[in-house]
Every structure is written in structure tokens, then in C-alpha cells.
Design a binder for this molecule. Structure first.
Ligand code: ADP
Length: 362
């Protein structure tokens, strides 16, 4: 057994602007002797993580994403995926203190902006250093690891414009290059990946998942992302937006613009009666459509500039959000005349944390 690997427990943490993602590797190949010698603290942390699916008021283990039988750094075990709001970091540090984490390790592996922002607080309150890794390096590493080790990771939406026949279909991504990654977190980063070790950040926008969630809270008074998505799923954006046909009375044929597409997002809201007729659900749907179409449009321009046809959308904005996935899939296909394909990955927002763990172990 390789002795240069860092001691257990193995974690990877991605401290984002909205959510903190934590991956825990649970070794399943311990010898009887190893199990016997294992420190009490490891046992306590292990049984706390594995024995629960919710932690405190806001921590969640995404059990459906668990990956079994993974061999990493010469060890075989399971990967567990946990998330909590970054605004609860203080409670997480308290937990690390209570569970006596600093008796096991001198530091914690982290990526994302929070690895910098919270470095001092971790040092002062629990005497843990931050081993920091770049978030985009981690994102790409994580995508490569998870995609290669989970057969059903990558998929696309077939017939995204037709609710009756639209379905999720697995996509064989084993020969991936080149591809574009559109990471929709609080904000958006767009990367062009040409080979295992060759990527660049080509663009980004501040109008991202955080913008959708923030505007939705303002407009509908909702409290959670799940509620925002549930409202949007019952709403109708055409009560809020101005479509081509609201302006032309039909299609704008000369430039092949169908009457049903949005010409002006929120374009009816300057009218008092239209405002009064639009519900919270309609406003949520219009906000989701606006942000999603803008991201789709920037992604498509990047794909054209970079001469890339496969576009992989990741990030937690797509969590429980099939509306946006189908919209993106439809928009990419429609505006490129079928040349471009929108792809999605099951582990959505966890790639940075995964790559962070890989950086630590390898
Ligand atoms: P970041 O690293 O910037 O935190 P993520 O990839 O974790 O980015 O995505 C954050 C976005 O995911 C939020 O802006 C919101 O749109 C969406 N989201 C999905 N689930 C949640 C949740 N439970 N709480 C808050 N935001 C969520």
C-alpha cells in the first residue's frame, strides 16, 4: 500500500459564493488491524457523516449521487456528496471544533473563493490551515474523474422543445475534446477544454444562478431555491415578457424569428394592467427564462468563437431545474440549426470539490 498518500480522513471542499460542497471518501477496504488502530475521532466523524442525511438545519447529503466502489489513491471505497449554504460556515467551523477535527489533520483541502475568505477564521478558531487549490483547475479535474468513473454521468435532452416527447438520454462522453464548460453557480464561468491538460477561461457573466435566486426572492418573496423553482414551474413567462408576436402580430419572417420567441424579457411590465395580471408564478418563470436564455446565448457565442460544438452545462443552478436544462438544450439546438449540443452531468455542482480531493490525494 502506498505510504505517501495523506492520512485519512480524505475530504475535498469547494466553498462557493452560495453553497459549500463537501466530498468525503469512505474507505471500504480497511484491514481488521487498521480498523482496530483507527482513532476514535475518525470513527466519530465517520459515523456522524454516514449515519445522517441531514446535518444541522441546512446541511444535506445527496444520497442519490453517492459513488460506490471507487479506487482513489490506492484505496477503495465510496464517495459521499454533502452541501450546505456558505453563510452557515460559522456553524461548520463549530462542528469541526466539537468533533475535534484538528487532532486528525493540520489542514483542510479547499477550493473556491471561500478557501481564501475563510482561511483566517479556520486558523484562529480551529487551528486548521487551508490547503488551497484553484477552482477552475479543480472543476476540470473533477469533471474528468467523475465522468470517467460513472457510466451514466453525461446526458442530453432529446426533443427539448416538445413536452410530450422530450426525454433524458445518456450521452457517451468518452472522447470528449474539445468541449465548452458552462459553470452556472452564483455567477457564470465559461471554459474551453481542448485536452486533459489544456483549458482556458474564455468568458463569464455576473448574471447567473445567484441573480435568478436573488431577483426571484425580490419579486415573489420566496425563501428557498426549491420554492423559486416550484413557483416557476407553475408560471407562464409570456404574461411578463414581450414576444415577437406581441410586436409583429405573428412571425418576423424575413429573419426567421417565430412569433413565440421572447423579443423583450419583462417587456410587458411597464404596463400597469399587465403587472396586475401577472402572478408570482409568472414572475418566477420570467426570471428563470431571462437568466437561462442569456446564459444560453453567451454560451452559444463562445462555442462559435471557439469552434466547439459540445457544450457541457454544470453548477447547482441546474439542481432540480429541468426547466432551464430543456430551455438551454432547445436554444442551443435551435439557434445553431442543430449543429451544437447541450450536455449535462448528474453531479451538477460537485466537480470542484471532487477535483479538490483529487489534487490533495494525487
Ligand atoms: P457557488 O459555488 O457560486 O456557490 P453553485 O454551483 O453551488 O455555485 O450554485 C449556486 C446556485 O445554485 C445558486 O445561486 C442557486 O441558483 C442554485 N441553488 C441550487 N440549490 C440551491 C440551494 N439549496 N440553496 C441556494 N442556492 C441553490
Amino acid at each position: 500500500r502506498c505510504c505517501v498518500r495523506p492520512p485519512m480522513p480524505w475530504f475535498g471542499m469547494d466553498i462557493g459564493g452560495t453553497l459549500t460542497k463537501l466530498i468525503y471518501f469512505e474507505p471500504k477496504d480497511r484491514t481488521a488491524q487498521e480498523a482496530e488502530e483507527e482513532k476514535e475521532t475518525i470513527k466519530v466523524i465517520h459515523s456522524y457523516l454516514i449515519g445522517n442525511v441531514a446535518y444541522g438545519k441546512t446541511g444535506i447529503r445527496d444520497v442519490h449521487l453517492e459513488m460506490c466502489n471507487q479506487t482513489i489513491g490506492g484505496r477503495t471505497g465510496s464517495l459521499h456528496f454533502i452541501r450546505f449554504p456558505t453563510c452557515e460556515m460559522s456553524a461548520f467551523i463549530d462542528l469541526a471544533k466539537v468533533k475535534n477535527f484538528s487532532s486528525l489533520a493540520t489542514g483542510i483541502c479547499a477550493t473556491g473563493g471561500g478557501a481564501y475568505k475563510f482561511e483566517e477564521e479556520f486558523k484562529q478558531r480551529v487551528n486548521l490551515s487551508m490547503y488551497k487549490f484553484d477552482e477552475l483547475d479543480c472543476l476540470i479535474k473533477g469533471i474528468h474523474y467523475i465522468d470517467r468513473h460513472n457510466l451514466s454521468e453525461c446526458y442530453y435532452w432529446k426533443n427539448p422543445g416538445d413536452p410530450d416527447t422530450c426525454e433524458k438520454v445518456p450521452f457517451d462522453f468518452h472522447d470528449p475534446y474539445p468541449y465548452l464548460v458552462v459553470n452556472v453557480g452564483s455567477g457564470v464561468s465559461i471554459l474551453a477544454v481542448r485536452a486533459y491538460n489544456d483549458y482556458k477561461r474564455v468568458s463569464g457573466t455576473s448574471l447567473g444562478g445567484g441573480t435568478f435566486f436573488g431577483l426571484c426572492c425580490l419579486l415573489t418573496n420566496c425563501d428557498t431555491f426549491e420554492e423559486a423553482i416550484a413557483l416557476a414551474s407553475k408560471g407562464d413567462n409570456t404574461k411578463v415578457d414581450k414576444r415577437v408576436k406581441d410586436i409583429y402580430g405573428g412571425d418576423y419572417n424575413r429573419f426567421h424569428l417565430p412569433g413565440d420567441i421572447v423579443a423583450s424579457s419583462f417587456g410587458q411590465m411597464h404596463l400597469k394592467d399587465k403587472r396586475e395580471q401577472s402572478s408570482r408564478e409568472d414572475l418566477a418563470r420570467a426570471t428563470l427564462t431571462t437568466i437561462t436564455n442569456n446564459i444560453g446565448s453567451i454560451a452559444r457565442m463562445c462555442a462559435v468563437t471557439e469552434k466547439i460544438e459540445r457544450v457541457v452545462f454544470v453548477g447547482n443552478f441546474l439542481r432540480v431545474n429541468t426547466i432551464s436544462m430543456k430551455l438551454l438544450a432547445f436554444a442551443m439546438e435551435f439557434w445553431s440549426d442543430g449543429a451544437m449540443k447541450a450536455l449535462f452531468l448528474e453531479h451538477e455542482g460537485y466537480f470542484g470539490a471532487m477535483g479538490c480531493m483529487m489534487e490533495y490525494i494525487s
